[in-house]
Design a protein around this ligand. Structure first.
Ligand SMILES: Cc1ncc(COP(=O)(O)O)c(C=O)c1O
Length: 414
């Protein structure tokens, strides 16, 4: 009400976006619906407080309660992910990754990561990102036939280039990574190994996906994808990390502040603490399990309609669809689906002949629709709509109405 009176334009846009989220299916694999408790903390007065530094060592007064919030958040993250040290201040995933680079490497050092068009993230050494500009980036790929990470190539490249830092993790890879093998490769060349679990953090926390903890030195994550918190980031140091370099926690903390950030967003940190508490409850385990069941059910149903699911299926929350046999580009499919009330994103597929601007693929994820309570039955319905509109674009309007009806039955978290 206050917002409406003070700034009608923004109030209206928030209302429209709320309506869009309520009446359509959010199937962008990196998105989710946070709980009202998380959003309450985000909108709290904590947003007004400056707290440069760390609990007990702030550069401003008045942080008695803020320190408690941040300590709670750190303790919950340590317990949930079973790690030794956590920095909860990164404003998001990319700054978290930047802090890891600047803690361990100097510009010009060699780093390794999965190529962007193979499913890796920009910050894993892509040439458009600071990570590819500041460092000598060696990129690994997936196998051309199986679309699984080519571990032999990773090993060969690591031995040849001796990277200082290796990244494992992804934004668009539907399979479980072999953490142990990757850990052995990094160890064999003395590299630091960082796992970026931004996409799968909620699956790891929910116990339905193997944790990289025993095999890597550092873990970074966002907090807003499968973990279902506010937008934010965390950097964790494992026992193995401390054994390799006891200075790692100090180096990372110093890089975040004063290295690359100023005041932490304590309202977001409070909201992260809440999502970590939520993620430690039995209901979250059930949720994480259902994300996987839904992704598998969706993949299977789409395959039955003749869609080509890269790597033959999924072991996590996302699927990558190769649309070439359906004679439609990723962008056209994204737009058609959007007109049908199904929000997805176009994506390059590995070895995409079409290039990055009109890629041949579509990335689809189940975290948000699972939060709404949807199950395998609804996945079948969604697959049938995807099939219908790709075959007949004129069906979009009718499907959008059916989607709206389904969404009404599965409201956003209240
Ligand atoms: C694997 C991975 N790492 C890092 C990020 C960056 O996160 P943010 O967008 O919060 O900077 C993403 C975002 O999609 C991601 O998928």
């Amino acid at each position: 009400m206050k917002l409406k009176n003070q700034d009608g334009q923004i109030a209206k846009l928030i209302e429209l976006e709320t309506q869009r989220q309520k009446e359509t299916l959010q199937m962008i694999a990196s998105e989710n619906h946070s709980s009202p408790a998380v959003r309450e903390a985000l909108g709290s007065l904590l947003t007004d407080k400056y707290a440069e530094g760390y609990p007990g060592k702030r550069y401003y007064g008045g942080n008695e309660f803020i320190d408690k919030v941040e300590n709670l958040c750190i303790d919950r993250a340590k317990k949930l992910f079973k790690v030794e040290h956590v920095n909860v201040q990164p404003h998001s995933g990319s700054p978290a990754n930047m802090a890891v680079y600047l803690s361990l490497c100097t510009p010009g050092d060699t780093i390794m990561g999965m190529a962007l068009d193979m499913g890796g993230h920009l910050t894993h050494g892509a040439k458009y990102s600071f990570s590819g500009k500041l460092f000598k980036s060696v990129q690994y790929h997936v196998d051309e036939k199986t679309y699984l990470v080519n571990y032999d190539e990773v090993e060969k490249l690591a031995k040849e280039h001796k990277p200082k830092l290796m990244w494992v993790g992804f934004s668009a890879y539907p399979r479980i990574l072999d953490w142990k093998r990757l850990g052995d490769i990094a160890d064999s060349v003395g590299a630091y190994l960082a796992a970026d679990i931004a996409h799968i953090a909620g699956l790891v926390a929910g116990g339905v996906h193997p944790s990289p903890v025993p095999y890597v030195h550092i873990i970074t994550t966002t907090t807003h994808k499968t973990l279902r918190g506010p937008r934010g980031g965390m950097i964790m140091v494992t026992k193995k990390g401390i054994q390799k370099d006891s200075e790692l926690p100090r180096k990372i903390d110093k890089t975040i502040f004063p290295g690359i950030q100023g005041g932490p967003h304590e309202n977001a940190i409070a909201a992260i603490a809440i999502c970590l508490k939520e993620a430690s409850l039995p209901a979250f385990k059930k949720y994480a399990k259902q994300i996987l069941l839904n992704a598998k059910a969706l993949a299977k149903a789409l395959q039955e309609y003749g869609f080509n699911i890269m790597s033959g299926g999924t072991e996590n929350h996302l699927l990558l669809i190769d649309l070439r046999n359906k004679n439609i580009t990723g962008i056209d499919a994204q737009n058609l689906l959007e007109a049908s009330g199904i929000s997805t994103n176009r994506n390059s597929i590995p070895y995409d002949p079409a290039g990055p601007f009109k890629p041949s693929g579509l990335r689809v994820g189940t975290p948000a629709i699972t939060t709404r309570g949807m199950k395998e039955k609804e996945m079948k319905m969604i697959a049938s709509w995807i099939d219908e509109v790709v075959a007949n674009p004129k069906a979009a309007k009718k499907i959008a109405q059916e989607v709206k009806k389904l969404c009404k039955k599965f409201p956003l978290p209240k």
